[in-house]
Design a protein around this ligand. Structure first.
Ligand code: FAD
Ligand code: DLZ
Ligand code: SF4
Length: 510
């Protein structure tokens, strides 16, 4: 008999593994403390993963597959993949083990030891989920030291013939429509209501609490809103294609106190747990765009395709090219702890208050909130990338290390010194004010650099560039900034630096 291990983020019912049921194959899923405890996860994240795993196991069993499901509170549970497998191997006539390539380095290493630990032949199967392979950086950039997202994206647009005309040029004559996108919401604009699924999570929540699993965040009335199986994930995709895609690109970067989700798809959980394949998501959106000419512009569609075929696959490619060293990079040698209010949202800074509270409430914030509010602030505040990683890895419903660390440590903290991005995403209040309504009701003044009500982003922004001058001055995309700084009156510069020091020294009180 063959044992096939399915991890909690491998819920792809269309994998070739499941084509034909066989009594000779035992599928195994397990809820284990080694996974619930490697970081403090959001309660909704652990709950969603467990409930989705349970549904997946039930569906397999209904289709005639043999399934062994180990719950977290099962007295026989050894709380680790290897120890549980060793136990199953003793109880069943298992002759061989298979698993799908895990997406996380840590588990890749752990499962590589399965054969030694069990004494059985072990095979790693392709997960068939991504559009690129683990070594796609070597494929796209042979012998190169720099890996531009744009080059990667165009390579795979061509390879998969996505929005490519017969003569090989991109549909619409351009690869990038960013110039048309990224507007803030006009006054009184209200995006469509998000599609929520109302799953009662009482049973799993009680089990987690009885088992003493530490979680963060809330779940109102134990109602879980995320899709838990493929049918629901497909409904969410339909909702996105029909209701949200028409304005996705335009408002991709907009932030608002009343609209947590805007035109974002909320598909990341379904994608990262493999309920949906990235190509079917892209194809569904292309079909909708073709069916509604004049109503959905190419800029909306291209902006979305770029996220999935570009950023998502690119982040994974960098992860596998650079791990495990990547997890140790700290270009700026930042060592401060994260402010305490990252776990409560109790700060007077309105942008951070809203972004953090929303993250605790929904296990969700959209890209610009993650990058330009919480990420930007942690960078300016000199927080240790390990702390920042732990926070992001725990709090978001879609957080798995292969995509979290490259976004956090790379894109948002520039701790990789420029592998993912060409310059740090540091900004003053100006950007947040332009893209949101946060500043309008904030106790700080977004226009002031110093003085009692000055927005902390402004002075901390200059403090960041000032303290890292030797690392950043020669970056061609930043040089201009130092010329602006140098042109300021010396008295003004001193006031700004003193204001930043004051804020940095009282970071928990902001
Ligand atoms: P949409 O805005 O609707 O975008 C559609 C899809 O594109 C997403 O579902 C996602 O699969 C993909 N996508 C978009 N941007 C990115 C990106 N930069 N990297 C990878 N995929 C992308 N995404 C995760 O899936 N897991 C993470 O742990 C994660 N951590 C992040 C940490 C930081 C600091 C930042 C700046 C971004 C992070 N992202 C992460 C990327 C992005 O913010 C989320 O994918 C997105 O907000 C999920 O919401 P959505 O499904 O509504 O996305
Ligand atoms: C995130 C997570 C959690 C919290 N719990 C489990 C679990 O108990 N069992 C499991 O198989 N997977 C879990 N996961 C998802 C894994 O951590 C995920 O498979 C790895 O991060 C690899 O990407
Ligand atoms: Fe955020 Fe500053 Fe605007 Fe307040 S004024 S919302 S702290 S950017």
């Amino acid at each position: 008999m063959k044992l096939r291990l399915i991890l909690g983020d491998q819920l792809n019912e269309r994998h070739p593994w499941f084509a034909v049921p066989s009594d000779e194959i035992l599928y195994t899923l397990m809820e284990v403390r080694s996974e619930t405890d490697y970081v403090a996860h959001h309660i909704q994240k652990v709950t969603a993963i467990f409930m989705a795993m349970r549904k997946f196991a039930d569906n397999l069993a209904k289709k005639g597959h043999k399934v062994q499901y180990i719950q977290l509170d099962d007295p026989r549970n050894q709380q680790s993949f290897i120890e549980n497998i060793k136990l199953i191997v003793q109880r069943y006539p298992i002759r061989e083990i298979e698993y799908q390539e895990p997406d996380e380095y840590r588990l890749d290493r752990t499962l590589a030891e399965l054969s030694i630990k069990t004494g059985l032949p072990v095979t790693m199967a392709k997960s068939e989920h991504f559009l690129t392979s683990r070594d796609s950086i070597a494929e796209v950039f042979p012998g190169k030291k720099h890996y531009l997202l744009e080059t990667f994206y165009r390579y795979y647009r061509k390879k998969y013939q996505i929005l490519i005309l017969p003569d090989g040029t991109p549909e619409g004559g351009r690869w990038n429509f960013d110039a048309e996108n990224r507007k803030s919401y006009p006054k009184n604009h209200v995006p469509p209501e998000p599609l929520f699924f109302n799953h009662s999570a009482d049973e799993v929540v009680t089990m987690l609490s009885k088992s003493g699993v530490t979680t963060i965040g809330q779940m109102e009335n134990n109602q879980l809103h995320y899709p838990l199986d493929r049918a629901e994930a497909l409904r969410l995709l339909e909702h996105f294609a029909i209701q949200l895609l028409p304005n996705f690109g335009t408002y991709q970067d907009a932030m608002h106190t009343h609209h947590a989700f805007g035109y974002h798809s909320r598909l990341s959980f379904a994608l990262n747990t493999k309920m949906l394949h990235p190509l079917e998501v892209i194809q569904r959106c292309i079909d909708e765009w073709r069916a509604r000419p004049g109503e959905i512009s190419l800029s909306q569609l291209e902006g979305f395709v770029r996220q999935i075929l570009g950023w998502r696959e690119y982040m994974r490619a960098i992860y596998w090219a650079k791990m495990p060293e990547y997890a140790t990079l700290n270009y700026f040698n930042h060592h401060n702890p994260l402010p305490e209010w990252y776990w409560t949202g109790n700060t007077n800074m309105n942008c951070l208050k809203h972004t953090i509270r929303q993250s605790l409430q929904y296990a969700y914030a959209h890209h610009i909130q993650r990058l330009m509010v919480t990420g930007n602030f942690a960078l300016l505040a000199g927080c240790h990338p390990n702390e920042v990683d732990q926070w992001y890895l725990g709090i978001y419903i879609d957080a798995f290390e292969w995509v979290e660390i490259t976004n956090t440590r790379g894109m948002s903290q520039f701790a990789d010194g420029g592998i993912v991005g060409t310059k740090p995403y540091a900004s003053s209040a100006n950007y947040i004010n332009k893209m949101s309504n946060y500043c309008k009701s904030c106790s700080y003044n977004h226009k002031l650099k110093h003085g009692p009500r000055a927005c902390p982003f402004n002075s901390m922004y200059w403090h960041f560039f000032h303290r890292h001058r030797n690392l950043l001055e020669h970056n061609p995309r930043i040089g201009m900034m130092y010329r602006t700084w140098d042109k300021m009156e010396s008295d003004e510069r001193q006031k700004i630096l003193a204001q930043a020091e004051k804020y940095l020294n009282a970071i928990n009180d902001l």
